[in-house]
Design a protein around this ligand. Structure first.
Ligand code: CTP
Length: 396
């Protein structure tokens, strides 16, 4: 993974037990290709030694404002000059208070005051310290100053108490920073999407569904949110975590998905139908479990609404993107959908190339022609779709 290649991060580590998680965070950043410079407070260096961070980052660790390893003693300014972000994780209640006030009585707080890059903080403290009016006031002030606050989570704390204040997990902090550093070409755009399969019940325990995992739709929702879009995701039943910054609406049936979309579509600029919506549902749904009998039952079906076609035919339709998963003749069917449903873009793939797995190979069809993307993991494919979408929107 080279998601952060070319990025420089200054990681501030304060004195809290969560400092040990900052070691894992350093490793994640380095693995993703970032250059990491670690700055610790005196108390931070009591929890985990600077040597640990030096070994993980491959760079000297800074603790003392009077460190003479830099000839001009200007490490408080130099360190953030080439940085893309200053991230403080863990950030203690004391450091948050200093940041909110603009105090600069050690190297880390001086760096924060002298920085010319964005500041992100991942608070970590006892639940009483977090809920204290002073801390909440400081956090509100930092938000107002444009500081990005990551977490904290709720859960069991090192002191044995349970509540808000645990530092977010390293993977979540990594995701928040990586998303923050992405370009935001879709800022201000509102996107509504569907993803996953639908489930059409036959009786209380059985139903008709399909093998869609939702992975492609969720990867696309994440890529859109990272590109700055406001994303609402109407999702069929899947076993996936909601991407950071995405508003998720859970549904089961195609009719529920249709209703959830129609309620929201008036407010959006872009609609993307990724869901594998059941075209038919059982005509009768038994209230009781169907019992086996001598004769094999016959299931009669009726048509479900076509969500994408209904959205695309609205008088003030948003820009519509459809997906075409076919088992053969991809170009023929994908072009048919582009024209019959009057879409701006169709993402086509052969089902044997993508459904259920972690990688996908797609071809983008628009008015200008066919644009194949290389086979890649679904996150890279999603990023490719977003890049193409941004270009199409800019050309309109
Ligand atoms: N779609 C939808 N509502 C439906 C069916 C499909 O919104 N009831 C959307 C899908 O999310 C996808 C696209 O339409 O974006 C798929 O097009 P469609 O032609 O309906 O696909 P299939 O159901 O696979 O069609 P066909 O049976 O014609 O192959």
């Amino acid at each position: 993974m080279t998601e952060l290649a070319g990025k420089t991060i200054v990681l501030g580590v304060c004195g809290g037990i969560a400092a040990y998680k900052a070691a894992e965070l350093t490793r994640l950043f380095v693995k993703a290709g970032a250059t990491v410079h670690v700055v610790m407070t005196q108390n931070g260096a009591r929890f985990v030694t600077p040597t640990t961070f030096q070994a993980l980052s491959g760079h000297p660790v800074w603790v003392d404002a009077w460190d003479d390893r830099r000839a001009n003693s200007m490490s408080h300014i130099d360190l953030t000059r080439s940085a893309d972000a200053l991230l403080i994780a863990p950030a203690t209640a004391n450091t948050l208070a200093k940041l909110a006030q603009g105090l600069a009585d050690d190297l880390l707080s001086t760096l924060a005051l002298a920085r010319d890059c964005p500041l992100l903080v991942a608070p970590a403290m006892n639940r009483q310290m977090w809920s204290n009016a002073a801390t909440q006031r400081n956090v509100a002030q930092l938000r107002a100053d444009g500081v990005e606050i990551i977490g904290p989570d709720a859960g069991e704390q090192a002191c044995g108490e349970v509540g808000d204040g645990r530092m977010s997990e390293p993977a979540a902090i990594f995701e928040a920073l990586a998303a923050f550093l992405q370009p935001k070409p879709l800022a201000g755009r509102r996107v509504l999407m569907t993803a996953g399969p639908t489930y059409e019940p036959l009786d209380p325990v059985r139903g008709i569904t399909n093998t869609s995992s939702g992975k492609m739709g969720y990867a696309l929702a994440r890529a859109l949110a990272r590109a700055g879009a406001e994303v609402a995701l109407v999702s069929g039943p899947v076993a996936l975590a909601t991407p950071l910054g995405v508003a998720r609406i859970d549904v089961q049936t195609a009719a529920q998905m249709h209703q959830a979309v129609m309620q929201r579509v008036g407010r959006v600029d872009i609609f993307i139908g990724v869901a594998a919506v059941a075209d038919y549902r059982p005509l009768e749904v038994s209230a009781d479990k169907i019992k086996k009998s001598g004769e094999a039952p016959v299931i009669r079906l009726e048509r479900n609404p076509d969500i994408l076609a209904d959205v695309a035919s609205l008088p003030a339709a948003p820009f519509c993107v459809g997906f075409a998963a076919e088992s053969r003749d991809l170009e023929h069917y994908a072009r048919g959908k582009l024209e019959s449903k009057r879409l701006g873009l169709v993402v086509g793939n052969l089902v044997q190339d993508g459904m259920g797995g972690d990688t996908n190979q797609v071809v983008l069809f628009d008015a200008a022609g066919a644009h194949p993307l290389p086979r890649a993991d679904k996150h890279a494919v999603a990023a490719g779709i977003v890049t193409h979408l941004v270009a199409l929107l800019a050309a309109r």
